[in-house]
Unconditional design. Structure first.
Length: 268
């Protein structure tokens, strides 16, 4: 499903150029506060002068004609089982969008299914779509608690992990970040957390993740805007923000910093 760049002029905040955001499997893969990621993206995009338009996709729904960004959350094993057939059916479309550098954020359960496979605790293998070069194997113990990592592009990233799957990265994936302690992150052993490929991010960080990590949010917004409207669009929109929007953005950044510091200071 190729999508060509829009020729619409993006010259002022008043233009309100649209961004089409897809919430993938919102009904079954949306636990542990992952809806906050949608709220964070839409609010920051509005402040930058865009017009975010959110569409919720579940099995049986029509696939949107245009997608500028995809957000997906976590779910229980039975939630994964409910959406897996539809995910495989849409796998080719998702691969095309990933190849075209549509920004995507996949949390926990969908992070696992964006890999090659997830082997459940019953030793059932759920084949994923293989966009991320990772695979996951369930274990009896859960990895639960606040999580702090260092990401090359985003600095400190703070979230909350709650998963029993052990995820291992292949050569085609890079970690989102690195943790310093054993028993945390992708598998508790190699100190990696999450995975990246092009503009696709997979991570175990709930929390919600994006309200506490504006750098990651802005990465997604910038990727969506520049793919649709051209390089430099995001910087141009930031430059033309009015003072009211700037003040609100500063307030949100301050709240994000406070929230991330509190989360990072709390014991697991």
């Amino acid at each position: 499903m190729p999508q060509t760049q829009d020729n619409a002029k993006v010259g002022a905040v008043g233009d309100h150029p649209p961004l089409q955001i897809l919430s993938l499997y919102h009904r079954d893969m949306n636990i542990y506060g992952d809806s906050g990621n949608i709220l964070s993206v839409t609010r920051r995009a509005e402040l930058y002068g865009f017009r975010p338009m959110v569409r919720y996709y579940d099995p049986g729904d029509a696939w949107p004609e245009r997608i500028d960004m995809i957000l997906g959350g976590g779910g229980q094993d039975h939630g994964q089982e409910r959406i897996i057939d539809d995910l495989r059916e849409r796998g080719g479309l998702l691969h095309d969008l990933a190849d075209q550098e549509v920004p995507m954020l996949m949390i926990c359960g969908l992070y696992q299914l964006f890999g090659h496979y997830f082997e459940t605790s019953d030793h059932e293998r759920l084949e994923g779509v293989g966009i991320l070069d990772v695979h996951t194997i369930a274990q009896p113990e859960r990895m639960i608690g606040n999580l702090v990592e260092q990401a090359e592009d985003f600095g400190r990233v703070v979230g909350y992990e709650n998963h029993s799957g052990l995820t291992y990265l292949g050569e085609g994936a890079h970690p989102l970040g690195m943790v310093t302690e054993d028993g945390r992150g992708n598998n508790g052993k190699d100190h990696t957390e999450g995975a990246r490929w092009k503009k696709v991010i997979g991570t175990y960080m709930h929390g919600s993740l994006l309200p506490k990590n504006p750098a990651v949010t802005d990465f997604l917004i910038a990727g969506a805007a520049e793919r649709r409207y051209g390089q430099g669009t995001f910087a141009q929109m930031k430059e033309t923000m009015d003072q009211k929007s700037r003040s609100e953005l500063e307030r949100l950044d301050s709240l994000a910093d406070q929230a991330s510091r509190i989360a990072a200071s709390r014991p697991r």
